[in-house]
Design a protein around this ligand. Structure first.
Ligand code: S3P
Length: 431
């Protein structure tokens, strides 16, 4: 589906950000691993998180969906059923990386995970290596891609240092550690999102953090009280960018998750002088699923270029294409370092932003680990290919609203992977 976005005259109004994708995936998986039914309020219904519900059902969990509320009746930590065929993870990298952590602990049972064309290009050796050290047997195509076979075993606790700061890989090991013998420690080169740690703590697991290391002790069972899913800061980021870039805009986005490990984009934006008011990282109020939330008040304003360094990258990883877009409108240069992980996301997002924004008139260049954008006062417009990537499609839409001549997005339907109501929300804010 190709969709055209004309220059907007200003966005205004208030709305709630869609539910958090990362936390929805984790809630459904932990529900499947728990001994008692878990009620999840405000679950994200999008292609990725629907894949997770289907996967846990294939593994023996019972799932009841009632509007935005989902009840998962799990099988327990060690009782996942061997499904009849491969588990289809669709486009969901988070499911591809987290689920094997649970499956690795299913002694004597085997599972195959596969997904779409994009999933088959995403590396899984990063989880296969630690899970093999724990005692499971994993086989991947060419040693690193789906289809991925997981043969469950009795697991040993390990200490493991990650090569890349990846919340997906860290979470995979933490899930496997629940059924291993003893205490497992995972170290990351830079902090990444910590939703798994927060939910495990809520489930009564002995888990603690020491700087960049997290240690989890094995558990007999998970016990979770009903959960509410907070708004997704990565989805809200598209609305925020539109509000900042389109003249005369003023918006309020409600109930956005503002956990420090997810607010890197908001810190970068504030450094660029973007106007976003809200209580970032304030954990003193009421927590939602152990996460701080805030309303964010966004207004249009002039931007300045900035430099994003490697340690900030995992805290803003999914929003970096938007940083490139903001850079096109900022005074001076915007540079992103240490973001080579962008090459192995749903698409190669370094190539995608450079070609895509370049085609709309941006002065942008790829580097080996990021990009450099020189602000030219805005974007002309044209057409941009999402390459099947939800975040690239939504970035193209925002570029169109802020451009001088409008933008056609090729493959806008990809937005349904994380934000199925995106076009309706934009239309409401632009009316
Ligand atoms: C996610 C972690 C990030 C992010 C992805 C969701 C998660 O991936 O890009 O969209 O839910 O853990 P990595 O941890 O592999 O960087």
């Amino acid at each position: 589906m190709n969709t055209r976005f004309e220059p907007a005259r200003g966005l205004s109004g208030a709305l709630r950000a869609p539910a958090d994708k990362s936390i929805s995936h984790r809630a459904a998986l932990l529900g499947a691993m728990a001994s008692e039914p878990l009620r999840i309020e405000g679950y994200l219904h999008a292609a990725d998180t629907d894949s997770t519900l289907a996967a846990v059902q294939a593994l023996g969990a019972l799932v009841e969906v009632n509007g935005d509320a989902v009840v998962v009746r799990g099988t327990g930590l060690r009782e996942a059923r061997e499904p009849d065929g491969p588990i289809d993870v669709g486009n969901a990298g988070t499911l591809l990386r987290l689920l094997p952590g649970w499956l690795a602990a299913q002694e004597g049972r085997s599972f195959t995970l596969d997904g779409d064309e994009s999933i088959r290009r995403r590396p899984v050796d990063r989880i296969a290596i630690p899970l093999s050290q724990m005692g499971a047997e994993l086989r991947a195509r060419e040693g690193r891609f789906a289809p991925l076979e997981v043969h469950g075993a009795r697991l040993r606790a390990i200490s493991y240092e990650l090569d890349v700061a990846s919340a997906q890989v860290k979470s995979c090991i933490l899930l496997a550690a629940l059924a291993a013998d003893g205490a497992t420690t995972v170290g990351e080169p830079a902090r990444s999102r910590d939703h798994t740690e927060r939910l495990l703590l809520r489930a009564g697991v002995a888990i603690h953090r020491n700087g960049r290391h997290v240690t989890v002790v094995n558990a007999d069972e998970l016990l979770l009280e009903p959960l509410q899913i907070p708004g997704d800061p990565s989805s809200a980021a598209f609305l925020i960018a539109a509000g900042v870039l389109v003249p005369h805009s003023r918006l309020l986005i409600r109930d956005v998750g503002v956990n420090w490990t997810r607010t890197g984009f908001l810190r970068i934006l504030r450094r660029m002088q973007g106007i976003v008011l809200g209580d970032l990282e304030d954990e003193s109020g009421e927590l939602v699923a152990e996460e701080p939330v805030s309303d964010l008040d966004v207004a249009h304003g002039a931007l300045e270029g900035t430099v994003v360094e490697a340690e900030e990258v995992p805290l803003a990883i999914d929003e970096l294409p938007l940083v490139a877009l903001l850079g096109c409108f900022a005074e001076g240069e915007t540079v992103v370092h240490g973001a080579q992980e962008l090459r192995v996301k749903e698409s190669d997002r370094i190539a995608g932003v450079v070609e895509g924004l370049g085609g709309l008139g941006a002065d942008i260049e790829a580097t080996h680990d990021g990009f450099v954008v020189r602000g030219t006062g805005g974007l002309r417009g044209g057409s941009i290919d999402a390459h099947g990537d939800h975040r690239m499609a939504m970035m193209g839409a925002v570029a169109g609203l802020a451009s001088r001549e409008g933008v056609e997005v090729i493959g806008m339907d990809a937005a349904a992977v994380s934000y199925p109501g995106f076009l309706e929300d934009l239309a409401e804010l632009c009316s």
